[in-house]
Design a protein around this ligand. Structure first.
Ligand code: RIB
Ligand code: CA
Length: 313
């Protein structure tokens, strides 16, 4: 039985590997569509990069949509310093073939959820939550079609990566995150506390480069570029490979562990704007609203990723 999913993304090298992982697992995941959002780079680039990844995967059956070009309230902040000006620097991309769908990505999300059975669709978010929040605001009834929202974002024990308090995906659009975290949907969060334990080390990079297919060449090139910023920033053995954790959780949940706790989003301006305030130790009377992962089997994660990438062209 395949699991119906929609991927919402701001490619981004790590988004790229998440998308490729999902498209390499058709026996498990029915990817209804990929929706681009402004984040790592502006929307014209994230939408183009999503099309590039469908091209690379050979999965021309998967439609790509453009979603929102800016956050709900804040001005857009981007991360070219991490991802390069294209958003997916590190590989010589051929001319894009996959066309962008005419329908707006937010309307695609609403239509998919409204036509689905109760709890049928899993939303996989790899970037800012703008598209998901706009869908929930425009058509609140669409929440009934959501089985689970699995998000890469936030941080608690690890703090933030864009400010001391905030992780990038949440900080770009904290108001959207607030809408999602108060929606009542079933939520699963994979924060920096997990992804900072999943580093693109030299041997893991070499395994991808050795795949012998074009996908392996592209992924090794992208991750070599992606590594340079975080290795310098953290003095680590590699960059944290954030976004594929979302897809790996769907394919092999036993690689992860965490617990359901109350999570609230700081939307007040100031030092803690965009913080995922996690009541890990039960110090409040807030109702638990999100299963937050804290641990990962990193070797198992990279084995899953690499063996799936080997399936692609
Ligand atoms: O903070 C990491 C997250 O922000 C990842 O999703 C990365 O792609 C960027 O979107
Ligand atoms: Ca991302």
């Amino acid at each position: 039985m395949t699991r119906a999913i929609v991927i919402d993304t701001d490619p981004g090298q790590d988004d790229a590997l998440a998308i490729l992982l999902a498209l390499a697992a058709p026996e498990a995941l029915d990817v209804r569509g990929i929706v681009a959002v402004a984040g790592n780079v502006p929307l014209p680039l994230t939408q183009k990069n999503a099309c590039r990844l469908v091209d690379l995967s050979g999965r021309d059956d998967v439609p790509v949509y453009a979603g929102c070009a800016r956050p709900m309230v804040r001005d857009l902040i981007t991360a070219e310093n991490v991802h390069g000006n294209s958003g997916v620097d590190g590989y010589d991309w051929p001319q894009t073939k996959t066309p962008l769908q005419d329908q707006h990505g937010v309307d695609f999300i609403i239509e998919t959820l409204m036509h689905a059975g109760v709890g049928e669709i899993t939303l996989c978010t790899l970037g800012p939550l703008t598209n998901i929040a706009m869908a929930l605001v425009k058509e609140p009834r669409c929440v009934r079609g959501i089985r689970e929202i699995v998000m890469m974002g936030g941080g608690f024990f690890e703090g933030g990566n864009t400010t001391p308090a905030a992780e990038f995906n949440i900080l770009v659009d904290p108001h959207a995150a607030h809408v999602v975290f108060t929606s009542g949907a079933t939520l699963t969060l994979i924060p920096l506390d997990v992804t900072h334990k999943a580093l693109v080390t030299a041997d893991r990079l070499a395994a991808m480069a050795a795949l012998g297919n074009e996908t392996g060449k592209a992924c090794a090139g992208m991750l070599s570029y992606f590594n340079r910023h975080d290795v310098e920033k953290y003095g680590s053995q590699g960059a944290p490979l954030h976004d594929p954790c979302v897809i790996a959780y769907l394919l092999k949940p036993e690689l992860f562990s965490g617990k359901k706790i109350p999570v609230q989003i700081e939307i007040s301006d100031g030092l803690t704007l965009g913080m995922t305030v996690m009541d890990w130790w039960g110090t409040t009377t807030e109702a638990p609203n999100c299963t937050v992962m804290r641990h990962i089997d990193a070797d198992g994660y990279f084995d899953l990723l690499t063996t799936h990438l080997a399936r692609l062209p």
